[in-house]
Design a protein around this ligand. Structure first.
Ligand code: PLP
Length: 405
């Protein structure tokens, strides 16, 4: 069958495919442990539920404005003042169906075919395909020093005359690395000097550990939001555990937001009014759920880290935020796809191969699930990979016998 060049250039989201695989295995009552997930397990905030239930009960669920409802924009204005220290107008905001759509319409608004978008590697799996969806060229920048913390030089080396945008995701999916204020200040200055858009994907900005505080890129520019080419992306998915509500947003100059709104207006229209209402409830409501999620994740990180550090041959850095560990398993297997496949086939532990994030030899392991799952998942992985472990392992009353080396 004939498909477009763009359709042929992109592949299915590997993380969504893994979710499906886990769901199928669970349906078959297989004792699968999902360490590949990208969503917190806590409940959505009560304020989000109540405000959307009230609207649902009214029975009047109509079209939304293409760029978001006035009350969600009002909530985002307050949020932007609190976390980004800038007073913006409704015209500086677009609400989208998830941060994913906000990033996508931003790329559609600023990139022409064959232009380039640079981002540090390891990177969120969707960035390369999102760039390809607009006919642009993704340019990953792997830090030269082998760390997960890029320097300005790492980025600068990848920027050329076709570069129109840089995407920074900090704290980072998959590594959990939160970039320093110095780096953010440098990248803001660099983008201004080179007249390049800077997309700050801040979806994990409040889920940070060890006393860190969210960073605002706007703090490092003297420009007003109006004269700036910084586009800040955020949303309710991770911080409020509202992944299925699909509400994200972008804050930027009026021209770019207007272009994004025009695109979104033809693509999907504004996100559902019902779900925007829920987002308003979450943003304006009691915030203790965010802190308790953050504390839970920090505790889970500590547990996962100590389990991984007792794993012979595995190298792992301490994540500064998010709910992911990006661990080096190359001592066991250099091909992360093979390793991930072995782990699901032999011990039913789902992991995401590092190759999907631009760095082979690594696995991304999520610690957003229950402690029991984290502990048992890592134990099973140890059993599968350590040739000195006993020949048999019991999962419930199921006996696994090692038939691989
Ligand atoms: C770095 C990053 N940006 C954006 C998103 C998308 O967020 P949303 O669910 O709001 O579309 C994700 C989700 O996994 C992510 O990890």
């Amino acid at each position: 069958m004939r498909l477009s060049q763009i359709a042929r250039s992109i592949k299915a989201s590997p993380t969504l495919a893994l979710n499906e695989k886990a769901a199928i295995l669970r349906e078959k009552r297989e004792p699968v442990i999902h360490l590949g997930g990208g969503e917190p397990k806590s409940r959505a905030p009560m304020d989000a539920i109540l405000s959307s239930v009230n609207m649902l009960n009214s029975g009047e669920i109509r079209y939304a404005p293409a760029d978001g409802t006035p009350d969600l924009k009002k909530a985002i204005i307050r949020y932007t003042e609190e976390y980004y220290h800038r007073k913006v107008s409704p015209l500086n905001i677009i609400a989208s169906s998830g941060a994913k759509q906000a990033i996508m319409v931003a790329l559609q608004a600023i990139l022409n075919p064959q232009e380039e978008v640079v981002f540090p590697a390891p990177y969120w799996v969707s960035y390369p395909d999102m760039a390809k969806l607009v006919g642009a060229i993704p340019v990953p920048a792997l830090p030269e020093d082998g760390s997960f913390y890029p320097t300005l030089k790492d980025i600068e080396q990848r920027v050329g005359s076709y570069t129109r945008a840089i995407i920074i995701n900090s704290p980072n999916n998959p590594t959990g690395a939160m970039y320093s204020e110095k780096f953010i200040a440098e990248i803001v200055e660099f983008c201004e000097k080179r007249d390049i858009y800077l997309i700050m994907d801040d979806i994990y900005h409040r889920l940070v550990f060890d006393g860190r505080k969210p960073i605002s890129a706007f703090d490092y520019t003297k420009e007003s939001v109006e004269n700036s080419k910084i586009i800040v992306i955020n949303g309710v998915s991770k911080q409020y555990a509202m992944t299925g509500f699909r509400i994200g947003w972008a804050v930027g100059n009026k021209k770019v937001i207007e272009a994004m709104s025009n695109i979104q207006g033809h693509q999907t229209s504004g996100p559902s009014v019902l779900l925007q209402k829920a987002a308003v409830g979450a943003i304006n409501g009691i915030q203790s759920g965010v802190e308790s999620l953050r504390v839970t994740l920090e505790n889970n990180r500590n547990i996962m880290l100590s389990l991984l550090r007792s794993f012979n041959g595995v190298e792992v850095n301490s994540p500064d935020g998010t709910f992911y560990c990006f661990a080096d398993f190359s001592a066991y297997e250099k091909d992360s796809n093979e390793l991930s496949k072995l782990l699901i086939d032999k011990v039913m532990v789902l992991t995401v191969p590092g190759k999907e994030f631009g760095l082979d030899g690594y696995l991304r392991l999520s610690y957003c699930g229950a402690i029991k799952e984290i502990t048992e998942g890592i134990e099973r992985m140890k059993w599968a990979l350590d040739t000195n472990s006993p020949n048999e392992l019991f999962i419930g009353d199921r006996k696994l016998v090692r038939d691989w080396s």
